[in-house]
Design a protein around this ligand. Structure first.
Ligand SMILES: Cc1cc2nc3c(=O)[nH]c(=O)nc-3n(C[C@H](O)[C@H](O)[C@H](O)COP(=O)(O)OP(=O)(O)OC[C@H]3O[C@@H](n4cnc5c(N)ncnc54)[C@H](O)[C@@H]3O)c2cc1C
Length: 435
């Protein structure tokens, strides 16, 4: 059997190149607040929100308002990636924010159009993708592509910065309430993404001790010794950055071994046969079965490219890996493990994964209908069963679409379903009948 170990140099794409921008239409200054009435409100302008806005453009639903905390498409995703100094995506060229069934200029076409800006390694990855192999996408290409997709589907003209704090669901309308605005919509699509997972309460009393931070917080000067907790790609990036700065690292893992994988979920879940294990043609699989699959498939893993460098660092003593260990307590500069072992470091960084935002806090709990942390969604439409004018795309749809729903490719599948339902309802209810 051949062991597949791609070379770490694939991780080194340059970042923040001077990329040509799509000539933007000259827009008047947008009004400060979103319009009071819209056909559809999309909450969140990450890759999922961008995919939904694009899909609605294609199916002829123009009256769309997108509201996002940052007011920029895909900005939280890019900010998180840049915080980790991650230079390439984990997902291949085939996964791009766009619409299933509509052949826009896709991510690989877009990269090829900018051939002269790419390094030889990046060009080879495009050829890998053309040959049907797994490929590695530079973050620069992805960012420029999202900007392009957003411009050609007129997303900037529909996007407002704001925080949605509540949805009031009526019979034929939903009131979307923010800090200083209210929009009345016929349909709302929640594309809220995921929040970082916080440490369990028993690790400390009060707030996190000094010297403890999370993966998505600004990193200070490199310390002499750093402890990284977590088993995923985020932890791998933190370790790599620390080792590059000459920091010695202790890596604490709960499982007995680290897991290397190309994508963060098994590739079959990006295809219909994988999704059918959740959403079979005879209807959804039993809840307990889906729950067990989610538990197994959401297990953290690291891209293969990290393997040679992490193994080399462990072999020469720059990295110490504490496998199969439970954390009992975290205090200033030390982590107390099971069996009484204490690991010390100048900084402790927690990379414990993320938790899907499922609409809790925006919708009343009885409408979210959460069960085991997942919302109660209609499998055919991705609408909340008890609030059928409100839909969920992204990680929140995982119990319907499977673990890939949190990924860029899963957004395309969710989007096709949601856009189709909204377009059909709009035809049924009459395009202009807003009042
Ligand atoms: C470091 C990192 C790397 C990743 N790499 C990949 C990858 O290579 N490929 C891949 O497929 N997936 C990757 N993922 C998974 C990734 O999270 C998703 O692909 C993508 O970000 C999810 O998009 P989203 O739109 O669902 O969520 P987000 O990108 O998080 O966007 C949600 C947006 O909604 C906004 N929002 C939330 N609540 C509100 C509110 N109440 N009011 C207003 N705005 C709100 C948020 O501020 C945010 O801007 C990665 C994740 C991380 C953390």
């Amino acid at each position: 059997m051949t062991t597949f170990v791609p070379h770490p140099h694939l991780l080194d794409s340059p970042r923040h190149r001077d990329w040509p921008r799509y000539p933007a239409a000259t827009l008047p200054d947008p009004p400060r607040w979103p319009p009071e009435i819209a056909d559809v409100v999309i909450v969140g302008a990450g890759p999922a929100g961008l995919a939904v806005a694009t899909a609605l453009w294609h199916v002829g639903v123009p009256d769309v308002v997108v509201i996002d905390r940052d007011g920029e498409p895909v900005s939280r995703f890019l900010a998180r990636i840049d915080r980790l100094d991650q230079r390439v995506l984990r997902s291949p060229y085939e996964h791009h924010p766009g619409v299933e069934g509509y052949r826009d200029c896709e991510l690989r076409d877009f990269a090829r159009l900018h051939w002269s800006l790419l390094t030889p390694v990046e060009r080879r990855e495009i050829r890998m993708s053309q040959a049907g192999h797994r490929s590695v996408v530079p973050v620069d290409v992805f960012e420029a592509y999202c900007r392009h997709t957003s411009a050609i589907h007129q997303v900037p003209q529909r996007l407002w910065r704001g925080e949605v704090s509540r949805l009031d669901v009526g019979e034929d309308r939903v009131l979307v309430r923010g800090t200083d605005f209210t929009v009345q919509a016929r349909h709302v699509v929640l594309c809220l993404g995921e929040e970082r997972r916080d440490a369990p309460d028993h690790w400390w009393t009060g707030g996190p001790p000094a010297g403890v931070d999370y993966w998505d917080e600004p990193a200070g000067e490199p310390p002499d010794r750093q402890i990284v907790v977590g088993a995923g790609l985020t932890a791998a990036h933190l370790i790599r950055n620390a080792l590059d700065s000459g920091t010695r690292v202790d890596w604490v893992l709960r499982k007995d071994s680290e897991r290397y994988q190309c994508s963060d979920v098994n590739a079959s879940f990006f295809r219909a046969e994988g999704r059918s294990r959740f959403d079979g043609h005879r209807g959804p699989a039993p809840w307990a079965e889906r729950l067990a699959l989610m538990a197994a498939q959401r297990r953290a893993s690291v891209m293969f490219e990290f393997r040679p460098l992490l193994e080399a660092a462990e072999a020469d003593g720059r990295l110490t890996v504490h496998r199969g260990r439970e954390i009992h307590a975290v205090s200033d500069k030390c982590v107390e493990l099971d069996r009484g072992e204490v690991v010390t470091g100048d900084r402790i960084t927690l990379a414990l994964g993320t938790v899907p935002s499922i609409g809790t806090g925006l919708l009343p709990d009885e409408l979210v209908g959460a069960r085991d942390g997942w919302p109660d969604l209609d499998e055919r439409t991705l609408a909340f069963r008890r609030a059928p004018r409100v839909f969920a795309a992204g990680a929140a749809a995982a119990m319907v679409l499977g673990p890939a729903s949190r990924n860029i490719d899963g957004h395309r599948v969710a989007t096709a379903r949601i856009a189709g339902v909204i377009a059909a309802a709009r035809t049924r209810e009459g395009a202009g009948a807003r009042n």
